[in-house]
Design a protein around this ligand. Structure first.
Ligand code: GDP
Length: 426
């Protein structure tokens, strides 16, 4: 992926998240100098399998698992400082050297206990199917200009006023829900006081640091969380996350120019999943749905929630290719389809009398969408040991070719298992 002309690369999910970005970031980190997270918060659970050990990373970029790679959490992330240190301590306990390798943007907004309280008690959050970790409320405060940023921890006098504002708003929300729980200023300040001692020493102007790295020829990987169809602008609104998950968000959330990005790798599963509510046009019925969920172990890394499963949706991924400017695709979990007699790809939606091949923004239209399937032969052979495209069974290659032609983007990688070495570089 990296070469003399391609040094800043974005990795985005090109479906509804959980595409296996963690594994691709892990593989590409081998040649990266920096890995930066640019949006989302502690709900984004990436799972990386190294040998027999499985690492679940929520906020720290998975590049941390490669010695020598430096990692940053950009301004676009809403940072949960409490769980950040739990994660750091777990990594240290597992023998990962974190010291001097992790930087946090001074401009990142903080997720505070009152955000979690509001999120967990709000019925609106339940309807969207959020993870209840305070991420949405923290982004709301950011946009409403009452957020608390990491750099505010440097100014204790100002911090109290900011926290008071946030708590007052949270308590007004809680009162409107008719619940008796309330947020508290002093305990929030005490927590921040304790965390600031560890957080401020790793705080930096990440945009500037990455700009300097780029100008000195470093390889920089920008790591997206969730997926393009969960982007607050381009996803299936309102069933979306609160941030810009797409390539545009990568520049904004890191603090670099969009012109500094050289390539965008879209990660897609060989099928489709989504967690939580909202449209999923190719959703499978039982018993196929359970079969795919079980084979693909489609349960959330953070919440354990069962994911909804469907056939590969070419309309969705073509749309993701367009809005992200994808320069390549990584198809993951091809092995999950190994036992199917036949596999389907969705080439368009019939909505009323019209055939759509471009993903519509109107959820009402999507609700009535009838996916148009093209059926292909299954391969009924294990792909887990293939390390070249030529080593894949013929029907699997045909399936990948069809994905490539539908999405109009070249496949750069195919992943055939959870392990680091189970990858084909196309
Ligand atoms: P992410 O947030 O996009 O990184 O996705 P998750 O970590 O939630 O889900 C990816 C899961 O799929 C992890 O448990 C990975 O170990 C697993 N995974 C990644 N690539 C493959 C693959 O090619 N085959 C199989 N069977 N599992 C994979």
């Amino acid at each position: 992926m990296f070469d003399s002309k391609t040094r800043t690369v974005v990795i985005v999910g090109a479906q509804w998240g959980d595409e296996g970005k963690g594994k691709l970031v892990d593989v590409l980190s081998e040649r990266a100098d920096w890995v930066v997270r640019y949006q989302g918060g502690a709900n984004a659970g990436h799972t990386v399998q190294i040998g027999e050990k499985s690492f679940v990373l929520h906020q720290i970029p998975s590049g941390i698992l490669h010695p020598g790679v430096r990692c940053a959490i950009g301004n676009g992330v809403v940072l949960d400082p409490e769980t950040l240190f739990t994660e750091i301590d777990e990594l240290i306990a597992d023998g990962v050297d974190v010291q001097g390798r992790l930087y946090v943007s001074d401009r990142a907004h903080l997720v505070l206990p009152f955000h979690k309280l509001v999120d967990s008690l709000s019925s609106a959050s339940r309807e969207i199917g959020t993870t209840g970790r305070g991420i949405g409320p923290a982004y709301e405060d950011k946009i409403a200009r009452r957020g608390v940023r990491v750099l505010d921890l440097r100014h204790r006098d100002r911090l109290r006023t900011l926290v008071e504002k946030g708590v007052a708003h949270a308590n007004a929300m809680l009162a409107s829900y008719g619940v008796h729980e309330r947020a508290d200023v002093d305990s929030t300040l005490a927590l921040l006081e304790r965390l600031a001692r560890r957080l401020l020493p790793i705080t930096d102007d990440v945009g500037l640091v990455i700009h300097r790295a780029i100008t000195t020829g470093a390889n920089v990987l920008l790591e997206g969380a969730q997926g393009s169809l969960l982007d607050v602008d381009h996803g299936t609104y309102p069933f979306v996350t609160s941030s810009s998950t797409t390539t545009g968000g990568a520049a904004i959330g890191t603090g670099i120019s969009p012109m500094a990005i050289h390539a965008a790798l879209g990660i897609v599963k060989a099928y489709t999943t989504r967690v939580g509510n909202g449209p999923l046009p190719t959703e499978l019925e039982e018993p196929l749905s359970t079969q795919m969920r079980t084979l693909g172990n489609e349960f959330g890394a953070t919440t354990g929630r069962a994911r909804r499963c469907g056939w590969f949706d070419g309309v969705v991924v073509k749309y993701a290719a367009r809005i992200n400017g994808l320069t390549g695709l990584a198809v993951t979990k091809l092995d999950v389809l190994d036992s199917f007699d036949r596999v389907a790809v969705c080439t368009g939606y019939k909505i009323g009398d019209d055939l759509y091949t471009d993903f519509p923004g109107d959820l009402t239209a999507l609700e009535g969408a009838m996916p148009q399937y093209e059926w292909l032969d299954g391969w009924r052979t294990s792909t887990a040991n293939a390390r070249t495209l030529a080593a894949l069974p013929g029907p699997a290659r045909k399936y990948l070719d069809r994905i490539e032609s539908l999405v109009e983007t070249a496949i750069a990688y195919v992943s055939v298992g959870t392990r680091r070495d189970q990858i084909i570089s196309a």
